[in-house]
Design a protein around this ligand. Structure first.
Ligand code: NAP
Length: 482
């Protein structure tokens, strides 16, 4: 075995793996202890262009049949399942995600590929009754869904395997060629996904993978007019920039969040407290649908705190490879320092800290803040850290107003035993998803998933992503006997 946790793959360009590129070799280190996990060459604008040339040529050669696409995706899913332990360890190492969550991500990755395999075989259009229009009786019309061409996929650090699988799986299922740029901090899992697809029979030029700093190669990728669409997951700031540069070309933008959890006085308070712990502190809060604000009806606030705080204090913080760890490191010490500073700033102006402050390197211990001013960054911006804010509300209308008082709108959760209130909340909460009797963290991958407002545009989940990644084309046949 070499010094790396995993054999280096290199970039996938023009149908073959490259172990050198113009941006030089970059070492990927584990956020927890800085050990070397692997190395990867970084692409520059010239490799992005080459990858695009090859993807365009692959698509022009003709697309794979639905049966071929489905078989490739299914076989890639099986390869992911066969290597589940190895991939989970790689994911935990490069991202700092605790093993239990890493295993969950690997399983979901295989499931997404299987879902995409199923959807590849049911891409259909619809009949359009033009013959019901006077003068059109001799016509018949229907739509087909045509692949777009080359789809660009840009993914964030926090879903190193699953986010690329959503985008690449759906794009391949839809009949497109794909150019993937994974996050430069956690690119190794994405390269393993690409290897699984190629080994499963995907003609290698249908998938190009370029790793490199988004700041340096992002514009070269986005600005290439041959790119038909971008499926982007990442921060709102980068998403806005991409949307502005794309002009009329399509984009699916899965952006930041600031999820609320409403705990009403008629709810199962202990169940809400248990769910809130996992919802707020899973993967050290570095999840777009992490619970960031818990809004508790004032009559049950002390009961909620009594159930919630001991569970938070009991979370084990440490090495993501240790099976007993609940909360691992943040992506870097710099990110942990930034989060710590925003917590301290809130405490300085009156927020009450209900947990013991502690940070060691990239490890930041779970923090609960009470009654912080709603305009503070740690409350109203995306924290993306193991910190959650507790607030009280009086009546239900106030809870809805507080929940909606954010620029974001990805998912929201509400605990209540009233079906009427749950449905009322579902209608009034301005979020892409409203989860009743669980938190915003609930997601299975066949759901239509995507946000409103600053949380983005378009939906993910293979069935919905395939719609985004194909265009509806109308076909009208004239001369049909009336
Ligand atoms: P990020 O900094 O926005 O980066 C996301 C991706 O964009 C990375 O691959 C990055 O490359 C690339 N990038 C950076 N600048 C670019 C540019 N100018 N042009 C094109 N691409 C560029 O986000 P992150 O820190 O990795 O991930 C955390 C964010 O993602 C959070 O805001 C979180 O809420 C969001 N997220 C949203 C969802 C969702 O489904 N809504 C899911 C997961 C995460 P580099 O890595 O090289 O910088």
């Amino acid at each position: 075995m070499n010094a790396f946790e995993i054999a280096p793959r290199g970039l996938l360009i023009g149908g073959s793996w490259r172990d050198r590129a113009s941006g030089g070799l970059h070492v990927i280190r584990a956020p927890y202890d800085g050990r070397v996990v692997g190395q990867v060459p970084f692409a520059g604008a010239s490799e992005v262009r080459e990858a695009m040339d090859s993807a365009v040529a692959a698509f022009a050669r003709g697309t794979l049949t639905p049966t071929q696409r489905s078989a490739i995706l299914r076989s890639a899913a099986a390869r992911v399942r066969d290597r589940a332990d190895e991939l989970a360890r790689l994911l935990a190492l490069e991202s700092g995600k605790p093993m239990a969550e890493a295993r969950g991500e690997v399983g979901r990755t295989a499931t997404v590929l299987e879902e995409a395999a199923e959807e590849a075989r049911r891409i259909t259009g619809q009949m359009v009754a033009v013959d019901a229009v006077p003068g059109s009786e001799d016509r018949i019309a229907f739509t087909i869904r045509a692949p777009l061409g080359v789809v660009g996929a840009i993914t964030p650090f926090n879903g190193p395997l699953l986010s690329p699988a959503h985008k690449v799986g759906s794009a391949i299922a839809a009949g497109n060629a794909v150019l993937l740029k994974p996050a430069s901090a956690t690119p190794l899992s994405a390269l393993e996904l690409a290897a699984a697809l190629v080994e499963a029979g995907l003609p290698a030029d249908f998938l190009q993978v370029v790793v490199g700093s988004g700041n340096e190669i992002g514009d070269a990728l986005v600005d290439d007019p041959r790119l038909a669409m971008i499926s982007f997951t990442g921060s709102t700031a980068v998403g806005r920039r991409i949307r502005e540069r794309l002009g009329l070309r399509r984009a699916t933008l899965e952006l930041g969040g600031n999820a609320p959890l409403i705990v009403h006085d008629d709810a199962d308070i202990e169940a809400a407290a248990r769910a809130a712990v996992a919802g707020a502190f899973g993967y050290a809060g570095q999840v777009c649908i992490s619970v960031q604000r818990i809004l508790v009806q004032e009559r049950v606030r002390s009961r909620f705190e009594a159930a919630f705080l001991p569970l938070v204090e009991a979370l084990r913080v440490g090495d993501p490879l240790d099976e007993s760890t609940d909360v691992g490191p943040m992506l870097s010490e710099a990110k942990a320092l930034e989060a710590e500073a925003s917590i301290e700033a809130a405490v300085r102006v009156g927020a009450r800290r209900l947990t013991q402050p502690r940070r060691e390197g990239a490890l930041l211990w779970p923090t609960v803040l009470a009654d912080a001013d709603m305009t503070l960054p740690v409350v109203c911006q995306e924290a993306f850290a193991p910190v959650v804010n507790l607030h009280s509300y009086g009546d239900f209308d106030e809870a809805i107003d507080l929940a909606n008082s954010t620029a974001y709108g990805l998912q929201a959760g509400i605990f209540t035993s009233s079906l009427g209130l749950a449905l009322d909340a579902a209608r009034r909460l301005q979020f892409g998803g409203v989860i009743v009797n669980d938190t915003s963290r609930y997601r299975v991958d066949r759901m239509p998933y995507g946000g409103t407002k600053s949380s983005g545009l378009g939906k993910e989940g293979p069935r919905y992503a395939i719609e985004e990644m194909t265009e509806e084309r109308l076909v009208v046949l004239k001369g049909v006997p009336a």
